[in-house]
Design a binder for this molecule. Structure first.
Ligand code: PLP
Length: 368
C-alpha cells in the first residue's frame, strides 16, 4: 500500500520526553520556541500558536471587530473549516469562483463579489500554492478589505519571494495530515504587534494578566507537548518541501502526456510546497473513457492511496443551503473542478519506486 499521507514524528521523541520530564506540559517555553521558529519561516514578527487551524481562522476574523452582516469573501473550493470558521466568528460568507490555473480565488470573481458589506478577503492557498496575491492585494486595498490568508495547506510557500502568511494575517493548520504537524494545532502570523497582542489575549480567555479580563475570549491554547512534536519538523521544513517538489516533478514527468488528464503546473513566481498533487480527469477524453471516480476506485484496488479534495463546492450541502449567513453563488469553475480533481501521493516519505508505481498504475487504468 502506498498511502496518500504518512505521519512520522519519531524524531520528536527527545523533545517530547524533555517536556514530559519538565512537568510544564501545557502552554510554556516549547510553544514560544515553536512560535519564534514559525515566525521566521513566515517572514513575520509574530506567530501565535493555537489549538487548530480552524480556531486560527476564527480568532483572525474575531479581532477584526466585524458587525453583524459583514461579509468575508472566500473560495468555494476548500476544506469546510474555512466556511465553518467564518460562521463561528459571526460573519457572513460570500464566494468568488476559482481559476483553473491555481485552484485559488479568481481576482476578477473577487472583484465582482465585493459589495458594501464586504470587510475581509480570505484567499485559500490551496494544495500548497498561493493565490494570485499580486492582483488580490491591490484589490483588497482598493476596497478597504482586511486580508486573512487561509494558509492551512501552504506552510513555506512563497509568492514573488513573499512567504504565505506574510501578507496580512496568516492562518496555518498543524493537523496530522498537513505538511508540518503537531497532531492538532494551528498558527496565526502577523507583523502587527498590536494585533498579535490581541490574538494572544483572545487565545487565553481574554486575560491580559491573571484574572484581568479585557475581552470575552476563548481557550485556544496549544500545549508544549504538541509544540515539541512540531519543532523538529520546522527545522527540516526545507528538506520536507524539496522532497515533495521532487516527487511532484517526477509525477508530472510520468503523467503529462496522457489524454484527458491535466497535471498541475506551478504558476511562475510561486513556490509550490505540494500539500497535495492534484490532477484533473476528463472522463470522456481519456483513451478508455475512465472518469475520476473510476480511476480513484481502481487505484485504491491497486493499493495506491488517493483522495478527492474536494468532491463538492463547500456550500453545496443541506446544512448550508438555507443558512442565513451563507450566500451561495454560481461557481462554474469550482463545480467543474470538484467533479474532476483527484489527488495522488506526493508526500516526503515516498521513494522513487513508489512514485514509479503511482505513475504506472494511473497509466494502466487510463489505458495510456
Ligand atoms: C486543514 C484546513 C483547515 C483547518 O485546520 P484544522 O487544523 O483541521 O482545524 C482550514 N482550511 C484549510 C484549507 C485546511 O486544509
Amino acid at each position: 500500500m502506498i498511502p496518500i499521507t504518512v505521519v512520522d514524528v519519531r524524531d520528536a521523541e527527545p523533545l517530547v520526553t524533555e517536556v514530559l520530564r519538565s512537568g510544564v506540559i501545557a502552554q510554556g517555553p516549547m510553544v514560544k520556541r515553536f512560535e519564534d521558529t514559525f515566525a521566521s519561516i513566515a517572514g513575520v514578527d509574530h506567530a501565535v500558536a493555537v489549538n487548530s487551524g480552524t480556531t486560527a481562522l476564527v480568532a483572525a476574523i474575531e479581532v477584526l471587530d466585524l458587525q453583524p452582516g459583514d461579509e468575508v469573501v472566500t473560495s468555494p473550493f476548500t476544506f469546510v473549516a474555512t466556511l465553518n470558521a467564518i460562521l463561528e466568528a459571526g460573519a457572513t460568507a460570500r464566494f468568488a469562483d476559482i481559476t483553473l490555473d491555481d485552484f485559488c480565488v479568481d481576482p476578477d470573481a473577487v472583484s465582482a463579489a465585493v459589495g458594501p458589506r464586504t470587510k475581509v478577503l480570505m484567499p485559500v492557498h490551496l494544495y500548497g500554492q498561493m493565490a494570485d496575491m499580486s492582483r488580490l492585494v491591490p484589490l483588497a486595498e482598493r476596497h478597504g478589505l482586511a486580508m486573512v490568508e487561509d494558509a492551512a495547506q501552504s506552510v513555506g510557500a512563497t509568492y514573488d519571494g513573499h512567504p504565505a502568511g506574510s501578507y496580512g494575517v496568516g492562518c496555518f493548520s498543524l493537523y496530522a495530515t498537513k505538511n508540518i504537524t503537531t497532531a492538532e494545532g494551528g498558527v496565526i502570523t502577523t507583523s502587527d504587534a498590536q494585533l498579535a497582542d490581541r490574538l494572544r489575549v483572545l487565545r487565553n480567555q481574554g486575560m491580559r494578566a491573571r484574572y484581568q479580563y479585557v475581552v470575552a475570549g476563548h481557550n485556544y491554547r496549544l500545549t508544549d507537548l504538541h509544540a515539541a512534536v512540531g519543532i523538529p519538523q520546522l527545522e527540516k521544513l526545507d528538506e520536507i518541501t524539496s522532497r515533495r517538489q521532487r516527487n511532484a516533478e517526477a509525477l508530472s514527468k510520468g503523467l503529462n502526456d496522457i489524454p484527458g488528464l491535466t497535471v498541475p503546473e506551478p504558476r511562475p513566481g510561486r513556490t509550490h510546497v505540494w500539500h497535495q498533487y492534484t490532477v484533473l480527469i476528463d472522463g470522456p477524453a481519456t483513451r478508455n473513457g475512465v472518469g475520476r471516480d473510476a480511476l480513484s476506485a481502481a487505484l485504491t484496488e491497486r493499493e495506491i492511496g488517493n483522495g478527492i479534495y474536494y468532491p463538492r463546492v463547500v456550500f453545496d450541502y443541506d446544512c448550508y443551503r438555507d443558512h442565513p449567513r451563507v450566500i451561495s453563488s454560481d461557481v462554474p469553475v469550482a463545480s467543474a473542478v470538484a467533479a474532476q480533481a483527484l489527488s495522488l501521493p506526493v508526500h516526503q516519505h515516498l521513494s522513487g519506486s513508489d512514485v514509479d508505481s503511482v505513475v504506472s498504475a494511473v497509466r494502466e487504468v487510463l489505458g495510456a
